[in-house]
Design a protein around this ligand. Structure first.
Ligand code: PFF
Length: 444
């Protein structure tokens, strides 16, 4: 099984596929609304702290487990820790992935709806972008139809195979999305009145701080990096033997955080500059919730020449970023079903799509269910998955395997001091911090 397992073909393809999983609606849709909800700058600093202190080490940890195990998350744990309960951590990840898909697909559906609205020119002629979004939210049938379509699209790409489907699409389109966001960011900060938005983003204030801010930031960091649920473990299992795991985790994490911060730079200055009543801006933002992106972005485009063209491009690219993430989420569950139940991949994908669509229907009709899935996955299951992964590497994993994975069997020149520091972080720092944040976040 080890020898035959498919691997990603090129080095750039590896980074692009992992970055394709990480960069998605989590960065461009969820990050701004979480940042608004968390009161702005303080949330963002905590989020960046989480990425640096446990996001990057944990991503590298998942790569290590995946490449050493060369199987789905559950089986990789089982191979590295035979006859122990660690395999349940892998299974927890698989379940988390399934539940994330249950609300994520709905937002993917909104994206498809906005693609069509932009291309037909209808979006830019709407009077009120807020009402336009609420109309969509109040139309379960429309949401369900788009969600179905996106689920089928994802299934199609996975059926096309690991290399062709994931690698090729991610390699070309991620840089285009980045450039477009960069241009939009420049437009947004040069609007008159944009300054307030930049203050909100980068100048910490204690005014709107909530007691759950730490857990919110950890949850967002894990969600955005696709860690805590075995997704990077699954991708790690496809890595080549000469892939530099340390470098890849740093590259992917930095790229991912850059996109999130860039999305903030697009959304907040525009929201502050373009909203008519400055008094209510913060409360509007805070209440923006899941709709923030779908309200502010069209407003920003409305102030540009060729608005429909830009809007179409934006939502198409957003849809593609979302697709590379849904592919990775589905891949985790598919590989699990395929390897654990000897199910044909095609059958696993169809079964999974039906399950996801059912969850998606409930999420479309009952917003509380949507919020529950978001809350349970990002704020409970991912932090728990991250905590267990870090304990596994810090305390359990054979250090010879760890060293062999980090140095690619001695061929990379990585100091022993680095490896010791790495183990220290995953043994003590990350579990203590994640554990404390988790308990504090849930109790207060
Ligand atoms: N990281 C993706 C995003 O930010 O949109 C979402 C995601 C993908 C979460 C894959 C978890 C995962 F395993």
């Amino acid at each position: 099984m080890n020898k035959k397992r498919i691997t990603f073909a090129s080095k750039i393809g590896i980074v692009a596929a992992a970055a394709g999983s990480a960069v998605g609606l989590g960065n461009i849709w969820r990050f701004p609304s979480q940042a608004a909800d968390g009161g702005g700058a303080l949330f963002i600093f905590l989020y960046i702290g989480c990425i640096l202190f446990f996001g990057i080490p944990l991503m590298m940890g998942e790569f290590i487990i995946g490449r050493a195990g060369r199987a789905n998350p559950s089986r990789s744990f089982e191979k590295l820790a035979p006859n122990t309960s660690w395999k349940w951590v892998g299974l927890l990840g698989v379940i988390t992935g399934f539940l994330i898909l249950g609300f994520y697909m709905v937002v993917c559906g909104w994206t498809l709806d906005y693609i069509v609205q932009s291309i037909t020119g209808q979006l830019m002629t709407t009077e009120n972008f807020r009402d336009n979004f609420f109309e969509l939210q109040q139309s379960p049938f429309r949401q369900i139809a788009w969600m179905f379509l996106f689920t089928s699209l994802t299934a199609f790409f996975i059926l096309a195979g690991v290399k062709k489907g994931i690698e090729q699409s991610a390699k070309i389109l991620m840089p285009v999305l980045f450039l477009l966001l960069l241009m939009l960011g420049i437009r947004s900060i040069t609007l008159s009145g944009a300054q307030e938005g930049l203050f909100f983003l980068f100048k910490p204030s204690m005014e709107h701080v909530k007691s759950t801010i730490f857990l919110d930031a950890v949850g967002q960091a894990f969600f955005s990096l696709s860690i805590g649920m075995g997704c990077m473990t699954t991708y790690g299992s496809y890595f080549r033997d000469d892939t530099n795991l340390r470098k890849t985790s740093v590259q992917v994490s930095l790229l991912d955080s850059m996109v999130a911060v860039l999305a903030g730079i697009v959304i907040f200055p525009a929201a502050f500059a373009l909203t008519q009543s400055p008094d209510t801006i913060v409360s509007t933002l805070v209440a923006g919730g899941p709709g923030l992106l779908f309200i502010t972005i069209p407003e920003l485009f409305h102030h540009l020449p060729l608005s429909s063209l830009w809007a179409s491009m934006f939502f198409v690219l957003l849809g593609i970023a979302a697709l590379t993430s849904t592919i990775s989420l589905m891949e985790v569950v598919t590989t699990y079903l395929h390897e654990e139940f000897q199910m044909l991949r095609s059958r696993a994908i169809i079964l999974l799509s039906i399950g996801v669509a059912m969850l998606g229907i409930v999420s479309s009709v009952i917003p509380q269910f949507f919020n529950l899935l978001d809350f349970a996955t990002a704020k409970i299951m991912l932090p728990l998955g991250g905590l267990f992964t870090s304990l596994f590497i810090g305390w359990y994993l054979d250090k010879n395997i760890l060293r062999a994975q980090i140095t690619n069997n001695g061929s990379l020149n990585i100091s022993i001091g680095f490896i010791k520091g790495y183990v220290f972080i995953l043994r003590y720092v990350a579990p203590a911090a994640i554990g404390a944040i988790f308990i504090y976040g849930l109790l207060f």
